[in-house]
Write a protein that binds this ligand. Sequence first.
Ligand SMILES: [Mg+2]
Length: 149
Amino acid sequence: MIIAVDFDGTIVENHLPKIGKEFPFAVECLIRLQQEEQHQIILWTVREDELLDQAVEWCEKRGLVFYAINKNNPEEKAQGSRKLKVDLFIDDLNLGGIPEWELIYKMIKAQKFSRNYEEVYRSAFKVQEKAFLKRNFLLRLGTLFAEFH
Ligand SMILES: [Mg+2]
């Protein structure tokens, strides 16, 4: 798969123009997706020029080398704001935010992209039914409380 990943707010905490603290396992998960699963990872960020270089360098120092940066492939000329032709975006601006990196990794590995996280938990992670039901009950209780609040 071709996967586009955002930098600020996704790989690291968003402190643009500074580079924030890494989210746990972000780099490790991306490297594993490249190496174990042969996915092509594209960096897709608003960063440009020096700020972009800093982010790329930050990643490379940690062993994360992108297939392409802000474009579809290494040969393509910089393409401005055109949407990338990718299979998946990992971005903190996703509706509902993004899950933790461990979950992102497992979802991609299991090819489970359901927006229904309950389903993902159940099918991809083999969380025991009991634990799921308990969690689901608490969620429902929370929803109920919110409705009457
Ligand atoms: Mg972002």
